[in-house]
Design a protein around this ligand. Structure first.
Ligand code: F6P
Ligand code: MG
Length: 452
């Protein structure tokens, strides 16, 4: 135990834009201002809509919001100190306390600023400031600045969505004839579809179109060699060992929580996986966790979740629409549920969750398996730190483990743990951008009992 505690204290520094030329530096210097410019442009393009809805008051709010966001972009570009939030919302105090925490870490000499602070903090802060600009300017406070790109990405993936729903309905019809081995094979396939669905986020492309065109199932075997760590057998074991004998003699499966990432095609892959888990008797309940505010361009909010199910249901395609009907009935019957919590849009590493969001931690403890989707969740799981590639995943989690968990992530930030000796070095030589191109992926599992 003492050895474990000592290990936890040996923590490498956070990734930061202060390292010139690093991916964090380039993100803060180039990608974040581009995203802000696109947000400003979106608000401007919606001026007529605001006028139609709210009259002159809407136009004035549009102007003020653009003023706030232009100031924000200027603060970022000129490395100004990070400012306290002043919108008086549920999480405002926590954000301001977090700023004080960062200031203490930095010492009193320099103020916490955009290029000198941890990248994870700064990037989350930008999205929270965008939201502040919107909230402080009623009557347009409900406007989701990323909604257009999220819906566009859904429609652009239509063919891939149709082929996935057709595939899902195909084995749903034959589920009873599947042997245990065939069931396991289907599970592995759909887990991989959900994994590769994570390629389609709109933050890495600074909001530019990045949707799935090809049939996802057909590409799986070609993509297999790009999975650097594949713990999916452990995920399967976690699911099957969660099955308990019920009073009626039948087995009852466990609860699976999915911490969602992006809307559009990725969300459909997650819903298809969740549908399979329930219909195959591998989960009795699936809880989805999403964001309570628009986040990192494409992340799922409650509205995106419901909208996606409604669109699928209303599709002019038999199997797509049948999938939507099924999903809606899962939601209606409480088999599926959507949850959000302010902690998901805070900048904390997940090892802080037990202390800073004990209610959320306790909720997650009720799961038999938690799937964490995407790159940002991986950064938060591992603290977004300069870990050596060979550090075990369990160690990088630094005690975070409310339940058995698995990260399904395509690599889009320069952090990766849990590799074999030499694996990282080889990739560095062959393909210097391997950690940020989205070409590689990991399925990394950890169980609370396996901490090292
Ligand atoms: O802006 C960088 C980043 O945080 C990267 O980590 C990643 O490219 C993206 O944003 C978010 O990716 P994801 O949607 O997979 O969490
Ligand atoms: Mg995302």
């Amino acid at each position: 135990m003492a050895a474990n505690q000592a290990l936890r204290q040996l923590v490498p520094p956070s990734l930061s834009a202060k390292v010139e030329g690093s991916f964090a530096y380039l993100t803060v210097r180039d990608r974040l201002p581009t995203i802000l410019t696109r947000v400003i442009d979106t608000i401007h393009r919606n001026k007529n809509k605001f006028f139609e809805e709210f009259g002159e008051e809407g136009v004035q709010a549009e102007k003020r919001t653009i003023g706030f966001l232009s100031k924000l972009r200027n603060e970022l570009l000129t490395d100004k100190p990070v400012l306290v939030l002043c919108d008086g919302l549920e999480d405002t105090d926590s954000w301001n306390q977090y700023l004080q925490r960062q200031q203490r870490l930095l010492g009193e000499r320099d103020p916490v600023s955009w290029f000198k602070s941890p990248w994870l903090y700064i990037e989350c802060y930008m999205y929270r400031r965008i939201q502040e600009a919107i909230w402080l300017n009623p009557p347009i406070s409900d406007f989701d600045v990323f909604n257009e790109s999220k819906t566009q990405s859904f429609f652009e993936s239509q063919q891939a969505v149709i082929s996935l729903c057709t595939y899902l309905q195909g084995f749903n019809r034959n589920m009873d004839d599947l042997s245990e081995t065939q069931l396991m094979e289907q599970f592995h396939k759909l887990l991989q579809v959900s994994l590769w669905g994570n390629r389609c986020d709109l933050s890495i492309s600074a909001g530019m179109e990045n949707s799935q065109k090809a049939s996802p199932i057909d590409s799986l075997s070609d993509l297999k060699s790009f999975i650097l760590v594949d713990d999916s057998n452990m995920v399967w074991s976690a699911l099957t060992s969660a099955q308990r004998p019920g009073e009626d003699g039948k087995t009852t499966p466990g609860r699976v929580d999915i911490v969602l990432d992006n809307a559009g095609f990725e969300l459909v892959t997650d819903l298809v996986l969740a549908n399979f888990l329930v219909s195959a008797g591998l989960a009795r309940e699936v809880r989805f966790h999403g964001k309570s505010i628009p986040w990192f361009v494409s992340d799922v909010t409650a509205h995106d979740f419901q909208w996606t199910i409604r669109q699928t249901l209303a599709a002019n395609h038999k199997w797509m629409s049948k999938s939507g009907v099924q999903w809606q009935s899962y939601v209606r019957d409480g088999v599926w549920s959507y949850h959000d919590h302010p902690f998901w849009t805070m900048p904390h590493e997940y090892c802080d969750m037990a202390g800073d969001a004990p209610d959320l931690y306790a909720t997650l403890q009720g799961a038999d398996l938690i799937l964490f989707k995407g790159d940002l969740n991986y950064r938060k799981l591992t603290g977004d730190r300069e870990w050596d590639h060979m550090v075990p995943f369990d160690r990088a989690l630094r005690g975070f483990g409310p339940a058995p968990l698995c990260s399904l992530r395509t690599l889009k930030a320069n952090i990766q743990v849990g590799l074999q000796p030499g694996q990282g070095e080889n990739l560095n030589t062959q393909e210097p951008s391997w950690m940020t191109s989205g070409k590689y992926a990991v399925v990394q599992f950890s169980s609370p009992h396996r901490e090292q």
